[in-house]
Design a protein around this ligand. Structure first.
Ligand code: NAD
Length: 294
């Protein structure tokens, strides 16, 4: 069984980015600059944004964190986005989700200039990805594609089953796996909450990508012998034996499924660590003007 190590791979990607940044600086080019907007004081969001800003520093990017009060109006937030859109010093912009209920995520996302949308959430980038044009691909699907590539997982002609149809993971994943390039060229089945006989379908998957958001939902009897299993789920489970008081588990019952799979991502240390590396990669692309060339 091949353990697909997202932690190691993300570290490799981050060192490649750091190397490119030092080359850019030596050539007298502009240092890539990511801006993040954080609204309110949600603990998890602060942790995520903090980790993104720290990673920017580690690879040599500049970063700007704009913090806004929980009660900021939608209009004010849209104005901050518009200002960053027009600021030539900033290459990439992310707005940390979730936003407070009185703010429309769609309106804010749609306000981000596609050329700076390094989260890949705007309709323009989702459309470009769907057409196979250069695009900022959302961090989690991009991270999975990169893991499959770097671990040389054969995908052409394989049956890929995706569980979950969210806009940020399942749906884009199904599109990427069907594309006429590597990794891709799969026959894809996208399953969701209304799917019937799910185990019958998952048992036929050569590649099973699980983004259902239910702890240890996928068990060994749902998996074909020799399948590649990508576990996107992350769940905190109370565990008194840990200093933190919790442990992380995925959507897949790792112990039993890893006995059957030919390759599998663990949780933690699988898909999760790839997310920030993907965001940094997209920011580098933005700084070098590599996506919006047509
Ligand atoms: P989501 O809740 O938006 O979507 C879950 C999907 O599962 C839905 O499309 C739903 O139709 C489907 N579903 C629900 N019950 C089902 C059933 N019985 N059979 C088949 N499909 C069913 O979740 P999401 O945002 O895509 O996230 C999924 C998981 O991945 C969560 O645990 C989340 O925390 C995690 N996640 C991890 C990362 C990362 O970086 N590793 C990033 C995003 C999300």
């Amino acid at each position: 069984m091949l353990l697909i190590d997202g932690k190691k791979t993300s570290e490799e990607i981050e060192s490649e980015i750091a190397l490119r940044v030092s080359e850019i600086k030596q050539e007298g080019g502009k240092t890539p600059h990511l801006a993040a907007i954080l609204v309110g004081n949600d603990g998890a969001s602060q942790t995520y944004v903090g980790a993104k800003v720290k990673s920017c520093e580690q690879v040599g990017f500049e970063s700007t964190l704009v913090r806004l009060e929980e009660n900021v109006s939608e209009e004010e937030l849209l104005k901050v986005v518009a200002d960053i859109n027009e600021n030539p010093a900033i290459d990439g912009l992310i707005v940390q989700l979730p936003l407070p209920k009185h703010i429309s995520v769609e309106k804010v996302t749609n306000k981000i200039k596609p050329e700076k949308d390094v989260d890949g959430f705007t309709p323009a980038n989702v459309g470009r990805m769907t057409l196979g044009w250069p695009a900022y691909v959302a961090a989690t699907p991009y991270g999975i594609v990169e893991l499959l590539k770097r671990y040389k997982i054969e995908t052409s002609g394989k049956h890929c089953v995706v569980i979950g149809r969210s806009h940020i993971v399942g749906s884009p994943m199904s599109i990427l796996m069907a594309r006429n390039e590597y990794p891709g060229n799969c026959t894809v089945t996208l399953t969701h909450s209304r799917t019937q006989n799910l185990p019958e379908i998952t048992k036929t998957a050569d590649i099973l990508i699980v983004a259902i958001g239910k702890p240890e939902f996928v068990t060994a009897d749902m998996v074909k012998e020799g399948a590649t299993v990508i576990d996107v789920g992350i769940h905190r489970i109370a565990d008194a034996s840990k200093k933190s008081g919790f442990k992380l588990i995925g959507d897949v019952k790792f112990d039993e499924v890893s006995e059957k799979a030919s390759a599998i991502t663990p949780v933690p240390g699988g898909v999760g660590p790839m997310t920030i590396a993907s965001l940094l990669y997209n920011t580098l692309l933005a700084a070098e003007g590599k996506v919006y060339t047509k």
